[in-house]
Design a protein. Structure first.
Length: 115
C-alpha cells in the first residue's frame, strides 16, 4: 500500500488506522485512501470494544463515500469479524462495501519478490 502511494502521491494517501482516526480528514485531491493496520489498532489497548472501533471508523468514512473517494482498509483475515464488520461498515457508510481476501503467495511468487 505504501508503494502504491509513492507511485501516486497526488491521488493517494496512506495512513495507519490509528493515525487516520486522530487526523480525521484528508486532502481534497485524494482519490484513494489506504488505511493499514485495522487489526493492530482494534487489538491494541484502546479501551474501546471491537464494534465501537468499526463504528467510529465507518462514521468518519461516510463523508468520503459522498466524495467518491475509494477506501481500502487492510486487516488480517483472522482479525476480521466477518459479516458483523461488513454490516457495521455498510450501515454507517451508506455505500457498498466489498471484502476481498489475499491468498498466500506460492513458491514461484515468493521467489519473484526476492529478486
Amino acid at each position: 500500500m505504501q508503494e502504491f502511494e509513492k507511485r501516486h502521491p497526488k491521488e493517494c494517501l496512506y495512513y495507519s488506522v490509528e493515525d487516520f482516526l486522530l487526523k480525521k480528514s484528508i486532502a481534497q485531491t485524494a482519490k484513494f485512501l489506504l488505511l493499514d493496520g485495522f487489526d493492530e489498532y482494534r487489538n491494541s489497548n484502546t479501551g474501546k470494544s471491537k464494534s465501537a472501533i468499526v463504528k467510529e471508523l465507518a462514521m468518519i468514512l461516510s463523508d468520503f463515500a459522498q466524495r467518491e473517494i475509494a477506501v481500502v482498509i487492510a486487516c488480517r483475515e483472522m482479525d476480521w469479524c466477518g459479516n458483523r464488520d461488513e454490516d457495521a461498515l455498510c450501515n454507517f457508510v451508506n455505500a457498498p462495501v466489498k471484502v476481498y481476501t489475499v491468498d498466500p503467495l506460492n513458491y514461484e511468487q515468493k521467489w519473484l519478490c526476492v529478486f
